[in-house]
Design a protein around this ligand. Structure first.
Ligand SMILES: *[C@@H]1O[C@H](CO)[C@@H](O)[C@H](O)[C@H]1NC(C)=O
Ligand SMILES: *[C@@H]1O[C@H](CO)[C@@H](O)[C@H](O)[C@H]1NC(C)=O
Length: 337
């Protein structure tokens, strides 16, 4: 370990008190995920194992219906998954997008990292890869996701994420054709319930950092849509020489700004984690004042922060923290600005 790392990870916590390593932080109040990741660190597991285990817990528990199987069906009624995992020591990343029929998306992401020289696999081919790696293929549809889909069809496929298209003449459902004369379609109101991606960052006691995400994306998304979660630097980023961050929200917008990468780079310059998180949100706000989104950040001494953009119905963002401060994961909140 470089001397600077030894200093930051071993000496600083003593000086700064509460902030300490190891540390687990994740988006939203997904407490069981935090607990699962923390247990891995406590038993001597790696930050990478912690992130995978924590995110998988959310996949299994279908956290808020936005992570894992049986949630947020796309326009064709299918639930597909996006996930990513990043090793902040080696800067290796594994990611999957539009993964079909496999429940453990973050597990497949890790397999991409460990069993290929690639960074990201998508769609049907990612599922074939997963099956070859021993993951079980199964239908991700549940009664709940089928019901969401049926209700949506009954409502003439509204709302949806199309713009400048001519609806199918019989009803306003797929397939659509492009509309030549562009018409201004009002942006969908931020549907807060359909964005609750888990993003998690973990530091082991030596300051080794990992980050990961898992989500089933947006309800009624256009099939093939991949959001910010599996995109390196957008959904999450980790660098054991700088820190880690993970973001959640309007992925289609947020991924254009690589907020997690930006926050980590700002912390590299010594910026306070809360300030770095705020800056990453501000950068997006400048162009999309009404975007829905939040980010969590932590630096190498285990100091952490979060920030979110204030919009109607989203005034406060909740996230979970586990470190030496308490025996159980702590629910933290930050006021959006
Ligand atoms: C969290 O875990 C506990 C214990 O296993 C379980 O009873 C509870 O339902 C879980 N919470 C959620 C939201 O799944
Ligand atoms: C982490 O952030 C805290 C609070 O701003 C700061 O005191 C500390 O020096 C930072 N650590 C590193 C390694 O930059």
């Amino acid at each position: 370990m470089p001397t600077s790392l030894i200093f930051f990870t071993l000496i600083c916590p003593l000086v700064f008190g509460k902030a300490s390593l190891p540390l687990v932080i994740n988006t939203w109040n997904f407490k069981n995920a935090t607990e699962a990741a923390w247990a891995v660190l406590q038993s001597g597991g790696s930050a990478l194992d912690a992130v995978e285990t924590g995110c998988n817990r959310c996949q299994e528990e279908q956290c808020d219906g936005s992570v894992g199987y049986g949630g947020n069906p796309d326009e064709s009624g299918e639930t597909t998954l996006d996930a990513m995992i990043m090793n902040g020591n080696t800067m290796e990343v594994g990611a999957v997008g539009d993964l079909r029929r496999i429940k453990n998306a973050i597990g497949v992401a890790r397999a991409v990292m460990e069993h290929t020289q690639h960074t990201m696999l998508v769609g049907e081919s990612a599922s074939v890869f997963a099956e070859n790696m021993g993951f079980i293929a199964e239908d991700l549809t549940t009664i709940k996701s089928l019901d969401i889909f049926t209700q949506w069809l009954k409502g003439n496929c509204q709302p949806n994420y199309r713009k400048n298209v001519l609806p199918n003449p019989s009803k306003s459902c797929p397939p659509y054709k492009p509309q030549v004369k562009l018409e201004q379609k009002k942006q969908l109101p931020a549907d807060i319930r359909s964005h609750d991606t888990i993003g998690m960052i973990a530091f082991d006691q030596y300051g080794h950092v990992a980050a990961g995400t898992s989500t089933n994306g947006l309800t009624h998304k256009v099939p093939g849509r991949v959001g910010d979660s599996p995109i390196v630097g957008a959904g999450a980023y980790a660098d054991s020489l700088a820190g880690a961050a993970a973001a959640t929200g309007d992925g289609d917008i947020m991924m254009r700004f690589l907020p997690s990468y930006l926050a980590v780079e700002l912390m590299r310059t010594g910026m306070d984690p809360s300030a770095a998180c705020k800056m990453a949100i501000s950068r997006i706000k400048r162009h999309y004042a009404d975007f829905f989104g939040a980010i969590i950040c932590a630096n190498l001494t285990g100091h952490y922060g979060a920030a979110c953009n204030k919009v109607d119905g989203f005034l406060q963002f909740h996230y979970m923290v586990s470190n030496g401060e308490s025996d159980a994961p702590l629910l933290k909140s930050v006021d959006c600005f």
